[in-house]
Design a protein around this ligand. Structure first.
Ligand SMILES: [Zn+2]
Length: 351
């Protein structure tokens, strides 16, 4: 019997994919020998990444649907060895580089990680054990971004202050300032009224399925097919009031809370070489109405013309929320020098 015990906490990369801090994976492999002795010829653990396309190039082909890459391998034996009855323990560890894509379960594809232990006995019997490894990315640093968009058809300029990073389970604050809501046409003042503001967080999933060698001809010489795209809203809100209007200064200003809906199972940002990527945008839709007022008598207004709908879109990253306390930069993870890489001497195990 064989089993894998992972000692390290869940693998969480801190910061973005270019950040130097990786995550430590360490564990122990237990081989329980029921017979008086067995001879094993091969004993290894492999760390694997599997990318699955839910719309593969050839629908019924498992090789198009899924491909597995080996990221690390630990060979515990150089030569065949005899193990006695009882439990034998083998430690292993490595520092996983932070540029790996996180574990992702998307609508178009998925990325999964496994540790697979394999033992080959002298009787050519293979014993396997698999353990899933969850890789996440978290951000501890949040900064606000000031984004500006102008709408030439109305003379409006929208300035939005929004966080650069949002999280699956927490609110975030948005500040909107619209300038240029008044203008003059001779003796007539043109005023823009904000009737409604709708915001939503848009999740965009993209997958470029890769063809296997047998079906490569279906997609040309590069082996990649066309891009599949899925877009959905993962959080939405509507405001009909709650803003301050100053026609003298020509400004509308509002601040409100927004959030992602965790029940929609939002997927954190990922940008992988495996063909799968997930990104997020904050979209704001404003419905404005135009009114005309005479300079001599501002209370006398002409009927407003048809409402206009204006859109603006800002890029935000969705990641897990980082922990508090010491910043991980100041406390790097232990390296695998701390863990013995060689198996225990078998002469000792054999007694
Ligand atoms: Zn295929």
């Amino acid at each position: 019997m064989i089993r894998i015990l992972v000692d390290s906490p869940p693998l969480i990369f801190i910061g973005n994919a270019h950040h130097p801090t990786g995550a430590l994976i360490s564990g122990r492999l237990f081989l329980h020998v029921l017979e008086p002795t067995i001879t094993i010829e091969m004993f290894r653990v492999r760390f694997l990444c599997t990318t699955t396309a839910l719309k593969p190039v050839a629908r019924a082909c498992p090789d198009c649907a899924s491909r597995t890459n080996e990221l690390e391998q630990w060979d515990f034996l150089e030569n065949p060895c005899i193990l006695s009855n009882g439990e034998h323990e083998f430690p292993f560890s490595c520092l996983v580089p932070s540029d790996l894509p996180i574990t992702t379960r998307g609508l178009l594809g998925s990325i999964d990680y496994h540790l697979v232990a394999e033992v080959l006995t002298s009787t050519q019997e293979t014993i396997c054990s698999r353990e899933m490894i969850d890789i996440k990315r978290a951000t501890t640093v949040r900064k606000d971004i000031r984004a500006v968009q102008s709408f030439p058809s109305t003379g409006l300029t929208a300035q939005c202050i929004h966080p650069s990073v949002i999280h699956p389970v927490s609110e975030f604050r948005l500040h909107m300032r619209l300038t240029g809501i008044t203008s003059w046409l001779n003796n007539i003042q043109v005023r823009l009224h904000l009737r409604e503001l709708v915001w939503w967080v848009e999740e965009r999933q993209e997958m470029v399925p890769t063809a296997c060698s047998r079906h490569a001809a279906k997609v040309g010489h590069k082996g990649n097919s066309t891009l599949d795209i899925d877009k959905r809203s993962i959080g939405r809100g509507k405001l009909k009031s709650g803003w301050i209007v100053d026609f003298g200064e020509g400004v509308i200003e509002t601040e409100f809370l927004a959030a992602v809906d965790p029940s929609l199972k939002p997927i954190c940002d990922v940008d992988s070489k495996n063909g799968l990527s997930v990104s997020h945008s904050l979209v704001i839709e404003m419905t404005v109405a135009q009114e005309l007022c005479l300079r001599k008598n501002p209370a006398q207004m002409a009927p407003s013309v048809a409402d206009k709908v204006l859109w603006t879109r800002f890029r935000v990253a969705l990641t897990e929320r980082g922990g508090s306390g010491i910043h991980p930069d100041e406390e790097p993870p232990p390296t695998y020098k701390d863990v013995p890489t060689l198996p225990p001497a078998y002469s000792q195990l054999d007694g």
